[in-house]
Every structure is written in structure tokens, then in C-alpha cells.
Design a protein around this ligand. Structure first.
Ligand code: NAD
Length: 354
């Protein structure tokens, strides 16, 4: 059996289900919006027990990318791909080569990049098949390579910003970091350098050990990290960590992290707001990585990436100011701002062609 791609339209999103049994490849690409440019978002490589959960994840992540790209001022639409990680042994190179062919079949409607479970090396394998992939190792001052350090920097700057908003310095604060992968580890290094005390957790002991080899931290169980007595909670693992069970147990006054889809549902943004916890909408704070990917796509250099990542806290301030002025949750304000940006661009496109 050869490669197949099946397209369906689901609530305004285009869903491409792909399969190449010869290479153990299966998954979905979701194109959420093409208004601002090609649908762009990371390629997640993850094991899902339920195909419906995989699709739901991909669809929410794709919507988040539309909002993230719009709020970061990038000429990109929103999309996401999720490849189902095979259970047994598999040929990783063959699988990612086959994924490259899927991207070719979509002819640039969707641009992929590294995400949870994938590496810049995987993206190089994909690039050997297709131009529609970014997040490749870069040389010299060119933008590119692992987006994680840029994501971590943007989150770090937002953390400094929310403390400053309440007249507090980072030095001496206690910060809980959930998830010590590419972004979480880098964020910990910066927080430690900035004088914060770290409380950390990861489901993988090796990830904890790797961190402790670099910076001191208090280690707690992954089940208890959100309950830690800290000033700020930084979710840097997977999504859905802020939900009706965890939010009442948070002791932090601030939540600022890198994970995508931190809120299990939109109501959880309201729950945080009702508890007086300042939440930095995830896709505003974690845009550093996609800014780097966009620069690679647009041919910009690392200085341009740094300048744009440094402006992330300004967008966050805009969101928090509006939220405070209107008594609305930051999550709701950010969603409305992102939708407005996309709707305005869509209107302008209609006027230009009409
Ligand atoms: P990663 O896979 O390198 O790290 C994730 C870490 O979280 C792993 O160490 C994993 O063991 C740990 N983890 C998983 N479940 C956990 C749990 N329940 N409790 C504690 N730890 C847990 O991923 P990453 O690249 O560091 O990304 C982290 C998050 O940030 C993801 O949600 C990702 O989508 C998001 N994000 C990443 C980037 C980027 O540039 N890498 C950009 C934007 C958003």
C-alpha cells in the first residue's frame, strides 16, 4: 500500500489525514488559517492511544498557531502537524522522509518545523525531500536551528515583565518550572542567572538529573509541581495543565510558561482570572520559536530574531493593560486581539482583490 492523504473540512479547518504504512507513518496536518500567509506550525511526534485525541490536539494546536503568528506580527497563517509515534521499532529516517513527501503533496500550504518529539536533525531529513520545512541547523548569522532557546528567552523576558508590572524584581523570587526539556532547561538557566530560586519537576528522571548538573533546584513530584509554594508557575511540559483540578491548588500569583495550550478549556482562563492569578496567554509568551522559524523562512538574520523576541513583552503588556482596563481575563483579551488581527487582514485581502 502506498501513501494516502485524505482531506476533510471540519469547523472551518482543513484536516489532512496521511498514512504511509510502508514507513509506519500516520498522522494529521491541520490548516487553521491562510489569511496572513502559509499555515505554519511545528510537527509533533507523539504516541496517542486514541486517534480522536490526536486530532483534537492537532486542531487546537493549529488554532493556537494562527493566534500566535498573528499576535507576533508574522506573515504566517496557522497550522500544525502531528505524527503518531509508532509503538514498536521503526526506521526514523524513512518515516520523516515520507513525511517530507506528504508536505510536497500539500505544495506549501503548510510549513513544518521542529516541535515536541522532533529534532532539527529530523527536519534536515524532511528538508532533503521538500522545501516546506524550517527549523534547520543554521550557519553564521543566519536565522534557523533549534527554536527552543528563542522560546525560552521570550518566556524569560515575559516573566521579568510580569514581576516588574507588580513592582517586583526577579531576583529572590521562587519559580516553579514544569517540564525540563529543551525550553524548560534553558529557561531554568536564565532564571537561575537572574537570581530566582527554582522548584522543578519532570516525568523523566534523566531530564531532572541533566538540569541539576547545571543549576541548583528543589525537585518535586510532577503531580505536585503546580502546588509548590512559589511566586510564579511556568508550565513548560505538555498542554492542559491548567484545569479545574489544578487551578484551585495553585499557590503562584503568576503563570507564565512555554507550553502550548496550557488552558484545558477556555473556561480555565476565566478560573485563573477569578482567582486573581495573572496569566500570560501561552501563545503570546512562547512566540520566540516561531519568530525564529519565520526569520528562516523570510531570510532574516539572528539580530532580526533577537529584536523581535525582545518585543514579545510589549505585546504581553498590551494584552494585560487591556485586560485590566476592561476587567476581562488576559486569555479572552488575547483571543479577541488575535481574531481581530486576522479578520482585519482578511478584510483587507477582500478589498484588495474585490
Ligand atoms: P521537550 O519535549 O523538549 O520537553 C518537554 C519536557 O516535559 C520533557 O522533558 C518531558 O519529559 C516533560 N514532561 C512531559 N509531561 C510532563 C509532566 N506531566 N510533568 C512534568 N514534565 C513533563 O519540549 P520543549 O521543546 O521543551 O517544549 C515544551 C513545551 O513548550 C511544549 O508544550 C511545546 O509545545 C511548547 N513550545 C515549545 C517551543 C519550542 O521552541 N521548542 C515553542 C513554543 C512552544
Amino acid at each position: 500500500m502506498t501513501r494516502t492523504i485524505r482531506r476533510t473540512e471540519e469547523d472551518g479547518q482543513s484536516v489532512f489525514r496521511f498514512e504511509d504504512p510502508a514507513c509506519d507513518l500516520s498522522g494529521v496536518i491541520v490548516v487553521d488559517s491562510l489569511v496572513l500567509g502559509p499555515a505554519t506550525g511545528g510537527c509533533r511526534f507523539w504516541r496517542y492511544d486514541d486517534p480522536a485525541a490526536m486530532l483534537a490536539d492537532a486542531r487546537r494546536l493549529a488554532r493556537g498557531m494562527s493566534y500566535k503568528n498573528a499576535m507576533a506580527g508574522l506573515p504566517l497563517g496557522g497550522g500544525k502537524s502531528v505524527i503518531h509515534r509508532p509503538g514498536g521499532a521503526f526506521d526514523r529516517e524513512a518515516l520523516f522522509r515520507a513525511f517530507g513527501e506528504v508536505l510536497n503533496d500539500l505544495r506549501g500550504v503548510y510549513l513544518a518545523a521542529e516541535d515536541v518529539g522532533t529534532t532539527p536533525g529530523d527536519m534536515e531529513v524532511v528538508r532533503a525531500q521538500t522545501p516546506f520545512v524550517f527549523g534547520l541547523p543554521a550557519s553564521g548569522m543566519q536565522a534557523g536551528g533549534d527554536p527552543s532557546p528563542w522560546t525560552a528567552l521570550g518566556v524569560f523576558l515575559c516573566i521579568e515583565q510580569v514581576f516588574a508590572r507588580r513592582g517586583m524584581a526577579l531576583a529572590g523570587r521562587r519559580v516553579a518550572v514544569q517540564g525540563l526539556g529543551s525550553v524548560g532547561r534553558d529557561l531554568c538557566r536564565q532564571l537561575h542567572a537572574g537570581g530566582a530560586t527554582l522548584v522543578v519537576a519532570d516525568v523523566h528522571e534523566q531530564a531532572v538529573a541533566r538540569l541539576l548538573a547545571e543549576v541548583p533546584a528543589e525537585v518535586v513530584s510532577p503531580h505536585a509541581i503546580h502546588r509548590a509554594h512559589v511566586d510564579l508557575f511556568a508550565p513548560c511540559a505538555l498542554g492542559g495543565g491548567l484545569n479545574p483540578q489544578t487551578i484551585p491548588e495553585l499557590s503562584a500569583a503568576f503563570v507564565v510558561g512555554a507550553a502550548n495550550n496550557q488552558l484545558a478549556t477556555p473556561d480555565d482562563g476565566e478560573r485563573l482570572h477569578a482567582r486573581g492569578i495573572l496569566y500570560a496567554p501561552d501563545y503570546v509568551a512562547n512566540a520566540g520559536g516561531i519568530i525564529n522559524v519565520a526569520a528562516e523562512y523570510l531570510g532574516h538574520d539572528r539580530d532580526a530574531v533577537l529584536a523581535r523576541v525582545r518585543r514579545i513583552p510589549d505585546r504581553l503588556t498590551e494584552v494585560l493593560d487591556r485586560a485590566e482596563q476592561t476587567g476581562t481575563s488576559p486569555a479572552r483579551v488575547a483571543d479577541a486581539m488575535a481574531r481581530d488581527l486576522i479578520a482585519t487582514a482578511s478584510g483587507e485581502a477582500i478589498l484588495a482583490t474585490g
